[in-house]
Design a protein around this ligand. Sequence first.
Ligand code: SF4
Length: 313
Amino acid sequence: MGASRYKLYSEHLLKKFGEKVYKLPVNLPGTCPNRDGKVGWGGCIFCDEEGSGFECLSNVLTIRQQVAKNKEFFRKRYNAGKFIAYFQAFTNTYLPFERFKANILDALDQDVVGIAVSTRPDCVNDRYLDFLYEVKENHGVDINIELGLQTVNYHTLARVNRGHSLAEFIDSILRIKKHGFAACAHLILNLPWDDLTDTVENAKILSALNVEYVKLHSLYVVRGTTLGDMFERGEFAVISLEDYVERVGEFLAYLDPSVVIQRLVGRGPKESLLFSNWGASWWLVKQRIEEYLEQKDIYQGNKFDYLNGKALK
Ligand code: SF4
């Protein structure tokens, strides 16, 4: 296959920083307002954050220890020299302000060129963003906020018990932009109740809001979650791999070609899975998508013609 048909994250980082940059995951014990009663109980119906114990070893280490340990690993394995500290699990801005500040400052060192903070759209607030702005100014690091959105379809958001609607996402993006930071949106393109129209609207809204990065995930179903129970009772079916591949193709066609794709296929936890990637490995799904883009001659942005007064063009 020739040049990529969508905008690759690795190439983007290379261009931006002038060398290879790797994301170092930092995991903190934490919670989420959609689990502890502040916004909702029990969380999103697909959430396995509590049950899986995924990477639980690392979150007993301090942030400094995690950064040091991961740096060493990436250095040895990839000869990496620069890093983005990635606050990955749970809702990282749902922490008391002073603790949030201390965590961010702890992750900084001379090789860390960026901070990525993963959170929910209803946990983005000016006070925390103002602090991150100071960090950016004083330490010269790139700031990136990763938001779980999953879908722009607010009816589906209610059905999956997200605890926020599309409005909170739009508000958070506008605040992030006001502070001059980049935003990354996470989407699941095959949530039950969503169809191809929602896929297209996902691409159009992210493009209209000038979101810089996207991470795509296919739905995985974990035993013991509400979604898992529904799956076992046969209350919904996951769309076929062919249909999913078509959705990704359509999503990319409508997406602004300047949006960087950080991930094309998600990887679920290894345990207690009832469904994940149609029983195939993530890279096989990725390969199927790339083959489909070739066959249909789809490039990212093929159908990106709808902004700035389409009817006037
Ligand atoms: S926002 Fe994330 S951590 Fe919170 S319930 Fe949903 S999936 Fe789980």
